[in-house]
Design a protein around this ligand. Structure first.
Ligand code: NAD
Length: 495
């Protein structure tokens, strides 16, 4: 990729961001706007439409009309595929512009942003586009005289509420399968990461997606998101974000039309290091990346290291070496390992967790705001040791570059610690003992358990949590289950 345009793109003016409803760009119904603050320098990057409940209602109506007249759902899957493949190509062709725009909006380091954002979104859309014309219904094994058919039909109007840490990647995990399935969508980006999602929705129109099939409403979660969650006309609500918001969405569903709600709610993922790990230095390097990249703002971040006591000191020292060697700062410098924290609020939340741990007498390495002179929101990679499993820092998602380290003595204790939170999204085990690896995979309650690595994944495998990390799965062909309904046709045959 030609990175020479990076310096122009980093200062390029960003036009005010507006909703995309029924194929048209528009402002809020009452004309309200909100500032978009860049976490790189704390300055106003642009303004954005501050959506109203009416805007959300109008977008749902547009999505409903598009769904009911079958302008998209009624097309042959192979035709939908063509449009979606073109869309993926357009996203890829604009990858650098999208990545830099996204970094200026949300702070992710550019090396990661390029791969994890536009390129990952393009790959995801392609994956579901390629899959949709290979999915068929079933003929049921009924008695003679009956034909039982099982159709797979688009589920209807989908509302997708997505977070700020990887807006394009997570957005595409919802949009790819939903649109390929033939659903219509209203997308609500996070307040602090909307710019690139609006841009790719415009590219979808250029690719030939009919107006009204994909709508984007910007603004506050408590207004736009809440209106979508309470809508009587949304069939499926998919969400990635925090537990408290997830809980509200379930309540909203119960209070409205009982729409199906699929949640991905983050975690407090355990990274279990046994003394017989194949290579402790490598384990430290990968574990540090697993919590400190993107300033820790990763739903599957390995935020708890559980380490066998005999190597506790050695491993913590290795972790500290890696952490201190990381380059934290300007996310548009390709040499940066960890960029900015997304917002001042998130930075303050991270620092408060660390202060609380300090107050409890825990040992903190790092833990400070840095590069404050830039006006940006940067934080040192932080390692907290001497943590008690009941500490808030060991139980709650910080969503920042903060790692809690706890020792264990036995495999039994490691399992108990690993499972000792409300979450169950991701985990890892480092060991040379094959049987132990398999035992741990079975016993740790999580959607994914890595062995001798952390965080590796691709589109072919599902991502989803257990316990209070959520329900339903993004990625893989299983993601279609949320967007394709089963319908039975029971046909009596004349003898
Ligand atoms: P959040 O859950 O409030 O926001 C996520 C999305 O939900 C955003 O689009 C937001 O606008 C929307 N939203 C907020 N309130 C809503 C409501 N009442 N109804 C409908 N939609 C609503 O998360 P946040 O405030 O951005 O971050 C808070 C914490 O959430 C973080 O510190 C972190 O722990 C967690 N988080 C997790 C993930 C993840 O990938 N699992 C992503 C972002 C945040």
């Amino acid at each position: 990729m030609d990175m020479s345009r990076l310096s122009d793109l980093r200062t390029a003016e960003v036009a005010p961001v507006r909703h995309l409803i029924d194929g048209a760009s528009c402002g809020a119904s009452d004309g309200a706007e909100m500032d978009v603050i860049s976490p790189l320098d704390g300055r106003v990057l642009t303004t954005m439409a501050k959506g109203t409940r009416d805007d959300a209602t109008r977008a749902v109506a547009a999505a409903r009309a598009a769904f009911e007249d079958r302008r998209w759902a009624g097309r042959a899957p192979a035709e939908r595929k063509k449009v979606l493949l073109k869309w993926a190509d357009l996203i890829e062709a604009n990858a650098l512009d999208l990545a830099v725009l996204g970094v200026r909006d949300n702070g992710t380091e550019i090396g990661m942003a390029l791969k994890a954002e536009p390129l990952s979104a393009a790959a995801t859309i392609r994956y579901y586009a390629e899959a949709i014309d290979k999915i068929a219904g079933e003929v049921a094994p009924t008695a003679d005289g009956i034909l039982g058919l099982v159709h797979r039909e688009p589920a209807g109007v989908v509302a997708a509420i997505v977070p700020w840490n990887f807006p394009l990647m997570i957005g595409a995990w919802k949009l790819g399968p939903a649109l390929a399935a033939g659903c219509s969508v209203v997308l609500k980006p996070a307040e602090t990461a909307s710019l690139t999602l609006v841009r790719i929705a415009e590219l979808a129109l250029d690719a030939g997606l009919p107006p009204g099939v994909l709508n984007v409403v910007c603004g506050e979660g408590a207004v736009v998101g809440d209106a979508l969650a309470h809508s009587m006309d949304v069939d499926v609500l998919v969400f990635t974000g925090s537990g408290p918001t997830g809980r509200r969405l379930l309540e909203a569903s119960a209070r409205s039309n009982m729409k199906r709600v699929y949640l991905e709610l983050g975690g407090k993922s355990p990274n279990v290091v046994f003394a017989d790990a194949p290579d402790l230095r490598e384990a430290a390097k990968v574990s540090a990346a697993g919590i400190f990249r993107n300033a820790g703002q990763v739903c599957v971040a390995g935020s708890r290291v559980l380490v066998e006591r005999s190597i506790d000191e050695e491993f913590t020292t290795l972790l500290a070496e890696v952490a201190q060697g990381m380059k934290v700062g300007d996310p548009l410098d390709p040499a940066t390992n960890a960029g900015a924290v997304n917002s001042l609020r998130q930075l303050q939340q991270n620092l408060a967790f660390v202060e609380e741990a300090r107050g409890q007498g825990r040992t903190v390495l790092g833990g400070r705001r840095i590069h404050e002179d830039t006006g940006g929101y940067y934080m040192e990679p932080t390692i907290v040791t001497g943590v008690d499993p009941s500490d808030r820092i060991a139980q709650e998602e910080v969503f920042g570059p903060v790692l809690a380290v706890m020792p264990f003595d036995t495999e039994e204790e490691a399992v108990a610690l690993a499972n000792g939170t409300d979450f169950g999204l991701a985990a890892a085990v480092w060991t040379s003992d094959l049987s132990r690896a398999h035992r741990m995979v079975r016993r740790i309650r999580a959607g994914v358990v890595h062995v001798n690595t952390y965080g590796g994944t691709d589109l072919t495998v599902p991502l989803g949590g257990v316990k209070q990390s959520g329900n339903g799965h993004d990625k893989s062909l299983h993601a279609f289950d949320k967007y394709l309904d089963l319908k039975t046709a029971w046909i009596k045959l004349e003898p």
